[in-house]
Design a protein around this ligand. Structure first.
Ligand code: VGL
Ligand code: ZN
Length: 227
């Protein structure tokens, strides 16, 4: 059956189609937040298990948002060389994501839209900040773009993702976590599952990248097939 997107826009059929396809279509007021897709978290000193698996889903999500003209934010953990979270200062982590080093760079293969907004976090040597909304411009940048709902994917579920989601909800944003585009550190085996449970409890929706962006690597071309 041929579906004419122009004629059927905003009709009941259109909504029924979305529901039947389990789609959450990003639109006005939505933004994507890609969390900490950095070398140290993917292949480096603090490699998150199975982290390379989120690069392709996040590329597809970014393509879908960019094609709709929706904002994409990319965060980076951006520590000074003597950050308080490092073991030699009594913190829990190996040295990671030192500002300006290769470990702090985005992973190769991450296809950031040219106009992605870059957010640096945990830049103060004496403050740990897992949330991308703690001490950064992200909240103001979202409000400036009239964003009401953020879609979140990246690393790590049990640290930056859950803390960012908690702050976002506290600040009044609706949140959709892209479950297949997140991975957990799992210092304790169930940390990721606990973080997910907390996010659900707080009212976070979960969706797969396919549900949001459609299947396939290329991203939208005309918009017709993304209805
Ligand atoms: C993170 C561990 C250490 C994160 C940052 O962004 O998830 N995790 N620093
Ligand atoms: Zn860190």
């Amino acid at each position: 059956m041929a579906v004419d997107g122009e004629l059927l826009a905003n009709t009941g059929y259109d909504i029924a189609f979305e529901v039947a396809m389990s789609r959450i279509t990003p639109g006005d007021g939505d933004a994507l937040v890609v969390v900490d897709l950095q070398n140290d978290f993917v292949t480096g000193s603090l490699a998150v298990p199975d982290a390379p698996a989120v690069v392709d889903p996040l590329n597809r999500a970014m393509a879908a948002f960019a094609a709709r003209g929706l904002p994409v934010f990319a965060t980076r953990d951006w520590h000074p060389p003597d950050h308080c979270s490092f073991r030699d200062r009594g913190g829990p982590w190996p040295v990671h994501c030192v500002a300006g080093t290769p470990g702090a760079a985005f992973v190769p293969g991450l296809r950031l839209p040219p106009d992605a907004v870059h957010i640096h976090k945990a830049t103060d040597r004496d403050t740990e900040a897992y949330s991308a909304l703690a001490g950064t411009a992200l909240g103001d940048e979202l409000r400036a773009r009239k964003v009401r709902r953020i879609f979140v994917g990246g690393l790590a579920t049990d640290y930056c993702v859950v803390n960012t989601v908690r702050d976002a909800i506290r600040l009044g944003f609706a949140v959709v976590v892209l479950g297949d585009a997140c991975r957990a550190v799992n210092v304790q085996a169930d940390d990721g599952a606990k973080a997910e449970a907390e996010m659900r409890r707080l009212g976070t929706a979960f969706a797969s990248v396919d549900e949001v962006a459609g299947a396939g690597p290329a991203g939208p071309t005309t918009g017709q097939e993304w209805r």
